[in-house]
Design a protein around this ligand. Structure first.
Ligand code: ADP
Ligand code: ADP
Ligand code: MG
Length: 673
């Protein structure tokens, strides 16, 4: 068995691998770049080795440095995590040569599956159903059009060396094929240094369903059922679940058998994933195989009860798989939410900053429901521009899908993160989306449900009542608390009243009367005299001042509302709604009406940098006339190029930045006249 394991990765996956190694009594070695000196994975490991500057190309991607670190610390094995060197056959070969165990498949399997054309051919030979298409390299646009005509429209043009959704084009006609062929080819060339492209049928409204496989060095391969990952944004997975709400036992067994056949064809000897797309009629087609541990592996761990990292470590050290296909059973339902440092309101632009607050929800098992958090960050840490914006994964596991979704909704409500923007509000709204809850989904789900991007919900209806009641009850307790100091006489209330006027960000006031000395409290909303309907809400909680989350019940239903003190009130977050709530006495509310309204400064004449990043290029010059929609500037952050476009017609009067500049958020890039 492996004695000392080096983890050639960072973030949540490095921490996750270390956790299992520790449980198995294996010593651990972390590697870290300068930017990660204080990162969680460095503290978790028994030893840590610095491997160079922040840029991955100079640290986490440099094979020699990582192999040297393993030699220096006496590590006998390396786990690559995902990304970085995980699917690099040369790395696996170099380790073999150095006498170090690679915790992953053999280099031949990595090579064979790394190329989309080659892997499709292999799949076809292994009798795996592939997307109908042409299994060869296409040289000219004319040839592309002829092939597309034969396949039938729509078609998808793909880069053979592709990954991360790059180099893909959809074409609905021969004109679009000619155009898409050229642009796919040039994107493939610039992204992967390889311009080979191929064409396949574009499956409409498909689901993305993948099969987890597990093999050993003795020719045994089994599958661990499926994960559905249809909730994607720009081909990036957002939610994953196991099992899929769409598959029946027969389709699952058929997909599993094909995945195993493909894995056997390349002597697969580790954990891996065979991705399929599945159409409305449950026809399934092989997409590609990922020869590594997948981001979303925890949902499979829950429903199968297996630790995939443990399985990988065992087979890597030469052990036989301890279980047979018939031993694998799927129990319950697991959902994973990827938590990204990105601003859902600003078109999901990456966001960076200090983790001023990072308070996860209650983890572990309660009432048959388990909540798990895989993270690589902690309060006080930093989200830098250098790496992936995915900072954590929240997973819930319950007997049924709907219970797992409800548990996820509550866990997201109770997850307090501050200091940068993140997608928890978006995820919290998703958990209440009826279509997602019904399981009627496809890879177009987010595009169809949020055609204009994500608009944060405003407090309305029941949510508005809950927030008004919670904020008024907090103010009520605060009033009582301020009046009482131990062993002092109770002071006269300065302006004590049971009735409050609550303003929820839009200027309108809600009348709330709170009764009781401590929770449970009764809040009565609205006023009969003014013709408003009167609603009564029972609140119960053990919340006390300073706690970031108000957890308790509203009319018996469990709720978690995030609470942050602000002037004259509290900032509340609940089910994706984020709102500053001001709480006034009736008298204050009367005076409020007389206050002047502060005007916001007019910033429409400035182009501000939407996130900290590096200016890649400027598309305009001083004095130039631009129209709305025209590209002004490209800023790179977190491995993504973000194109900033003009929102107005106008003339550029002054430029404040130049290519190569590192800008902070809201730095002025240029001004209009
Ligand atoms: P999946 O595992 O389902 O294919 P993705 O493709 O979205 O999920 O995630 C894998 C990708 O994550 C890698 O290809 C890489 O771009 C990125 N990545 C690599 N290393 C890390 C890391 N340490 N932390 C977070 N993301 C990483
Ligand atoms: P990558 O290597 O970038 O992950 P994939 O081939 O796995 O590329 O495809 C990524 C995503 O693109 C899939 O999850 C699916 O949503 C979509 N996709 C790929 N091929 C097709 C196709 N032929 N028809 C419809 N959608 C497709
Ligand atoms: Mg893929």
């Amino acid at each position: 068995m492996i004695k000392k394991l080096l983890i050639a990765n960072r973030g949540e996956i490095a921490c996750r691998v270390i956790r299992t190694a520790k449980r198995l009594g294996i010593e651990t070695v972390a590697v870290y770049s300068e930017a990660d000196r204080d990162a969680l994975h460095v503290y978790m490991a028994d030893e840590a080795v610095a491997i160079g500057p922040a840029a991955a190309a100079q640290s986490y991607l440099v094979m020699d440095k990582i192999i040297q670190a393993a030699k220096d610390t006496g590590a006998d094995a390396i786990h690559p995590g995902y990304g970085f060197l995980s699917e690099n056959a040369a790395f696996a070969k170099a380790l073999k040569k150095a006498g170090i165990i690679f915790v992953g498949p053999n280099p031949k399997a990595i090579e064979a599956m790394g190329d989309k054309i080659e892997s499709k051919k292999l799949a076809a030979d292994a009798k795996v159903s592939t997307v109908p298409g042409y299994l060869g390299v296409i040289e000219t646009p004319e040839e592309a059009v002829k092939i597309a005509d034969d396949i039938g429209y729509p078609v998808m043009i793909k880069a053979s060396a592709g990954g991360g959704g790059k180099g893909m084009r959809i074409a609905y006609s021969s004109d679009e094929v000619a155009e898409g062929f050229a642009s796919s080819q040039s994107e493939a060339k610039s992204s992967f240094g390889d311009d080979r492209v191929f064409i396949e049928k574009f499956i409409e409204e498909p689901r993305h369903i993948e099969i987890q496989v597990l093999g050993d060095k003795h020719g045994n391969v089994i599958h661990l059922g499926e994960r559905e990952c249809s909730i994607q944004r720009r081909n990036q997975k957002v939610l994953e679940e196991a099992p899929s709400p769409f598959l029946d036992e027969k389709t699952r067994a058929a997909m599993g058998a094909e995945a195993v056949a493909l894995a056997k064809a390349v002597d697969y000897d580790s954990a891996g994933t065979v991705e399929f797309i599945v159409d409305k009629d449950k026809n399934f087609y092989f997409l590609e195989m990922n020869t590594r541990l997948q981001v979303e592996h925890p949902v499979t761990e829950f429903v199968t009860g297996l630790d995939l990292v443990e399985q990988m470590l065992k087979v890597a050290s030469g052990e036989k798989l301890g279980l047979k296909q018939k031993d694998v059973t799927l129990t319950g339902s697991a959902i994973e939410s990827r938590i990204y440092a990105e601003d859902p309101v600003r078109n999901f632009l990456p966001s960076t900053g200090r983790l001023v607050r990072f308070r996860p929800p209650a983890l572990g098992t309660e009432d048959g429901i388990t909540t798990r958090l895989d993270t690589g960050v902690e309060e006080g840490g930093e989200i830098s521009v250098y790496y992936d914006p995915m900072i954590a994964k929240l997973i819930t596991y319950a007997p049924t899908r709907i219970e797992a979704i409800d548990a996820m909704g509550r866990a997201l409500d109770a997850f307090a993160i501050d200091g940068f923007r993140h997608n928890i509000p978006f995820l919290a709204v998703l958990m209440r989306n009826e279509r997602w809850r019904s399981g009627d989904i496809s890879t177009k789900f987010i595009a169809e449900e949020f055609p204009d991007g994500f608009t944060p919900p405003v407090p309305e209806g029941r949510i508005r009542d809950v927030l008004a009641a919670v904020s008024a009850s907090i103010d009520h307790l605060s009033n009582n608390r301020r009046r009482m100091i131990t062993q002092q006489m109770h002071g006269e209330p300065v302006c004590f009243s049971d009735v409050r006027q609550v303003e929820l960000g839009d200027g309108d006031l809600v009348r709330v009367k709170v009764e009781g000395r401590d929770y449970p409290l009764r809040a009565t909303l609205g006023e009969e005299e003014s013709g408003e309907p009167v609603r009564t809400i029972q609140l119960n909680s053990s919340w006390w001042f300073g706690e970031p989350v108000f957890e308790g019940t509203v009319d018996g239903e469990p709720v978690a509302v995030q609470v942050r003190s602000i002037l004259n009130g509290v900032h509340l977050t609940y089910q994706g709604v984020e709102v500053p709530v001001r709480v006034f006495t009736e008298r204050e509310a009367n005076y409020l009406a007389l206050m002047p309204v502060k005007e916001k400064p007019d910033m429409s004449k400035f182009l501000l940098c939407p996130m900290p990043g590096l200016v890649v290029s400027l598309a305009v010059k001083e004095g130039q006339e631009v129209s709305a929609g025209e590209t002004l500037c490209v800023v790179e952050a977190m491995k993504m190029e973000n194109v900033l476009k003009s929102e107005v017609d106008g003339v550029v009067s002054k430029i404040h930045a130049e290519p190569g500049d590192s800008l902070n958020v809201d730095a002025v890039i240029l001004e209009f006249e």
